[in-house]
Design a protein around this ligand. Structure first.
Ligand SMILES: [Zn+2]
Length: 576
């Protein structure tokens, strides 16, 4: 570790001095268009790319230098503009955005200064091998086996799967270094890259040499990607991504067999027929729930098998890669609910895109096994959430910029935009009801989502309730989690046969919520919902037929920082 630190330090000094002459802003350019010929040679485990990329200067300063980065296992062959080779320096650049933990960075001197908003096309060529490499994980101490089943990208005759930036930089990118040992650093760098690339287009002509004559079963998560055609000695597929930022461009190729159903195509490896069929069955079963909540599928979902039975699953849009082994119907149902939600509904905002897909999983469990099963599932997600939220709170109050940076609308933290967002969608549903939320989701159009308040307005159109405070505490700002506690409960006997309990609930946290409040008595219970704003209290009266014995706040549907103070015992004889 120490030696590595020293080496890194030396490398860092070298690269700093080598680059002193330039002023480099690695994130100045947006890559607005990729037009690439990608030749995959499974025999050699290699990839060769030729093509054109269009760069736009989105910084405020004129730029004379452009930075192009590809995986460190690939090498630059040429970079030209208008047919003329450009002056360039290439260097290794340490970054965990690639599985090798480093990039081949080309620092290119452009033929002219590109002013802000100005653009330039570059003709590029690069190639190299893509073999399994888990360096970025093993060097931070991940066990070898875990690292390998996480970073499984490779080109091979038996199995080829190459995921895009965040896994393998197989197409050029330009980012600041990402460091996996800093918990949210990689997410932050990737989040900025994806935001810049939201409107970027990628066209790929993927060519694979024809050997036995069989067309390869090629799975690509592009917006459109017709079946590969035979052209002379190759198979060629012409694929287009309409938004590079909202997908992780991914190529998968193997000797797959296929189960093709209305909702999903499942590509499976020999011997995995049973699991593939049960996954397709699970997807068909979950279809009605998804269309009921999110409308018809916009595209058919694709699932492809992974060769390593321990490989970590991967998703991008409605493409799901996972080992098709086993066949737990409930796990398959959960995975299918998430995948089909992505096929029916999408957003460029992670808290909406992923939050809704996880919410669909909770809805699936509720329909299968009841509300309690859904709450338990959300509870599993929430334990991680409480840990990061309470770690953050500590003794010092959150700074106002943290409240903004960590808000659901801005966060690049997966725990927040997945787990917390799922809880937010569930709470909104409990507050406004199924019909209103379904209508609001049905009215959602990603291309119209220009303002953070867009979603709130869609919901507000379906309900007379004011949701501003809720969005403010949970979505626009990160006010942490609520912490409810019964401050007092007074019971009064009412005539002829009944009891009135007056309950005061304190919320010690800074985020408000509408929380279920249950009064238990011999032989039954009654539940009401109560809004308690952050750092505030709420009072409600509940009528019960027998002496109340216990009050329970929160059935688990509202994430809380402390649930140990949620039960309040009422001693016998308290009634006055
Ligand atoms: Zn997802």
């Amino acid at each position: 570790m120490k030696l590595r630190g020293v080496l890194l330090c030396v490398l860092f000094l070298l690269s700093v001095s080598a680059l002193k002459a330039f002023s480099i802003d690695r994130e100045a350019f947006t890559f607005t268009k990729y037009d690439l010929d990608v030749r995959i040679e499974p025999d050699l485990q290699r990839l060769g790319v030729r093509g054109t990329i269009s760069l736009r200067n989105d910084s405020a300063a004129p730029q004379k230098i452009a930075v192009l980065q590809i995986s460190s296992s690939l090498s630059w062959r040429s970079i030209k503009a208008g047919g003329k080779p450009l002056q360039l320096v290439t260097q290794p650049y340490t970054s965990d955005i690639d599985h090798t933990g480093a990039l081949s960075e080309a620092i290119v001197t452009l033929p002219e200064v590109i002013p802000p908003n100005g653009a330039i096309d570059l003709e590029i060529a690069y190639e190299g091998a893509i073999v399994p490499d888990a360096t970025r994980l093993t060097r931070i101490g991940a066990p070898e086996s875990t690292a390998q089943s996480t970073d499984w990208d490779q080109i091979n005759t038996k199995f080829t799967a190459v995921r895009g930036v965040g896994y393998v930089a197989w197409y050029p990118v330009a980012t600041e270094a990402a460091d996996l040992s800093e918990s949210t650093d990689l997410f932050g760098v990737l989040g900025r890259w994806r935001a810049r690339e939201a409107a970027s287009i990628m066209r790929l002509r993927i060519a694979v040499p024809r050997d036995e004559g069989e067309a390869p079963e090629l799975v690509v998560n592009a917006t459109s990607c017709p079946t590969a055609l035979e052209v002379r000695h190759e198979f060629v597929a012409d694929c287009t991504y309409q938004s590079v930022g909202s997908a992780v461009p991914t190529l998968v190729m193997a000797d797959y067999e296929v189960v093709d159903r209305a909702a999903v195509v499942v590509h499976f490896l020999r011997g995995h027929n049973a699991a593939a069929t049960s996954y397709a069955d699970a997807a068909e079963k979950v279809m009605p729930l998804i269309t009921e909540w999110l409308g018809a599928l916009r595209n058919k979902a694709q699932t492809a098998d992974l060769i390593d039975a321990n490989a970590a699953p991967f998703e991008s849009g409605s493409l799901l890669l996972m080992p098709l082994t086993g066949g737990d119907a409930k796990l398959f149902g959960l995975a299918a609910a998430h995948q089909l939600a992505h096929a029916a509904f999408s957003s460029t905002r992670p808290w909406i895109n992923e939050g809704v897909a996880h919410f669909a999983q909770a809805l699936y469990l509720e329909r299968q096994s009841g509300r309690q099963a859904a709450l338990e599932y959300m509870g599993l997600h929430r334990s991680a959430l409480s840990a990061i939220e309470s770690g953050k709170e500590g003794t010092t109050p959150p700074r106002s910029e943290d409240e903004v940076n960590r808000s659901l609308v801005n966060t690049a933290d997966e725990e927040l935009y997945r787990s917390k967002a799922m809880c937010v969608w569930w709470m909104l549903r409990d507050m406004v009801g199924d019909a209103a939320l379904k209508k609001a989701l049905g009215a959602y159009h990603p291309e119209q989502d220009k303002e953070p308040s867009y979603t709130q307005r869609l919901l507000q159109a379906q309900t007379p309730r004011d949701l501003e405070w809720f969005f403010d505490d949970w979505v626009y700002r990160d006010r942490g989690l609520p912490d409810f506690k019964v401050e007092s409960a007074f019971t009064r006997k009412t005539l002829p046969e009944g009891y009135m309990v007056t309950i005061t609930v304190d919320n010690l946290g800074a985020a408000g919520a509408e929380v279920p409040l249950t009064v238990k008595f011999a032989g039954g219970e009654i539940t009401q919902r109560l809004v308690v704003r952050g750092k505030s209290n709420g009072v409600t009266r509940m009528e019960v037929p027998k002496p109340p014995e216990e009050i329970v706040i929160n059935d688990g549907s509202v994430p809380e920082s402390d649930v140990t103070n949620n039960v309040f015992k009422i001693e016998a004889g308290d009634a006055k």
